[in-house]
Design a protein around this ligand. Structure first.
Ligand code: PBG
Length: 323
């Protein structure tokens, strides 16, 4: 053996596709992905909010048709966002605003009872100002917002949602939602908490699909600064203590370290959300001929899984299953 001969040769593990398959450490399947849909009022609506960016707006009557191939292909679940056309700043119009979403839940649960259904709990699509809570004198009010969010969660639970998913980032909303659900006997409805949600530039395409861009200011008084790790750990611990059944970190690719932190510090199921801007970025690069879209997607999704996410909310679930 010459000095130049390596004692350890990792290439032995990679020498054929069978070897590579045998030693694969992370296996991504569609069953680990949750597909988002934007539920809009009306009938026979099925369109992409922004062509090519995977943001599908469907009316309640179209969801079953649209999602059936995904369900048959074994998608992990569906994440539903309500996009009411009538906005209201007090929470008083909630039952009317939620009607299309609740009808969509009812339809999909009747047709496909087994597919896990998640519903977003937040006010940004429901208000004229587009903030995630109620606004008074230009400020986002925490506790009054939490009361409305808990009502929204209860309505979704009654409609048959499996997990209500608060994405608003108000303090104390997981505990309040859990209490409201339990008092109403909705013991089997879980809470998937957006525990770490950064004030991010990567939500741009989503806001067009959800009609939820803030009309003044930004979300920095409630969403987290992307610079802060310790604060993220506190958010995770707090939501677990408040009774969350599962935790979520978003965006995914910019927070792989926090996904790993969450995995190591909590035994709760962990979700990561590969957000609209992450998807759009790869689509745009692929359209410029700079990379292969599917390979880039699968690489990022596998990295998010390797970082520790059990489940990934991704607009790519649909692309994968309809291929
Ligand atoms: C807000 C919400 C947002 C996303 C999920 N829930 C946007 C925001 O905070 O402005 C972003 C998801 C995405 O970009 O795909 N309720």
């Amino acid at each position: 053996m010459t000095a130049a001969t390596p004692a350890v040769r990792l290439r032995r593990l990679r020498k054929s596709s069978a070897m590579r398959a045998l030693f694969k450490e992370t296996t991504l399947t569609p069953g680990r992905l949750v597909q988002p849909y934007f539920i809009v009022p009306g009938e026979r609506v099925k369109k992409e909010a922004k062509p090519g960016l995977g943001l599908w707006q469907v009316s309640a009557d179209m969801l079953v048709d649209e999602a059936r191939p995904l369900v048959k292909g074994g998608v992990g679940g569906l994440m539903l966002f309500g996009v009411p056309d009538r906005k209201d700043d007090s929470g008083a119009a909630l039952s009317e605003q939620l009607e299309p979403l609740l009808r969509a839940v009812d339809r999909i649960k009747s047709a496909e009872p087994d597919v896990p259904i998640f519903a977003d709990v937040c006010l940004c699509s429901y208000t004229t100002h587009g903030h995630c809570g109620l606004v008074k004198d230009g400020r986002i009010e925490n506790d009054a917002s939490v009361a409305v969010l808990a009502k929204m969660a209860l309505a979704q639970a009654k409609a048959g949602v499996d997990f209500v998913s608060p994405s608003d980032m108000m303090d104390g909303r997981v505990a309040a939602i859990r209490r409201t659900l339990d008092e109403a006997g909705a013991f089997d409805t879980g809470v998937l908490s957006y525990a770490v949600k950064m004030a991010s530039a990567f939500y741009g395409p989503f806001r067009a699909a959800a009609d939820s861009a803030p009309s003044f200011g930004d979300r920095t008084t409630y969403q987290m600064p992307a610079t802060n790790r310790r604060e993220a750990l506190r958010e995770l611990a707090l939501d677990e203590a408040e009774g969350a059944d599962a935790l979520l970190v978003k965006p995914a690719l910019t927070n792989l370290d926090l996904i790993r932190d969450a995995r190591e510090r909590s035994d709760l199921p962990l979700f990561a959300y590969q957000v609209s801007g992450e998807y759009a970025m790869l689509r745009a690069a692929a359209e410029k001929g700079l990379m292969d879209f599917d390979r880039a997607m699968l690489e990022t999704l596998s990295s998010i899984q390797r970082a520790g996410a059990d489940v990934i909310v991704s607009y790519y679930a649909r692309d994968w299953l309809l291929k």
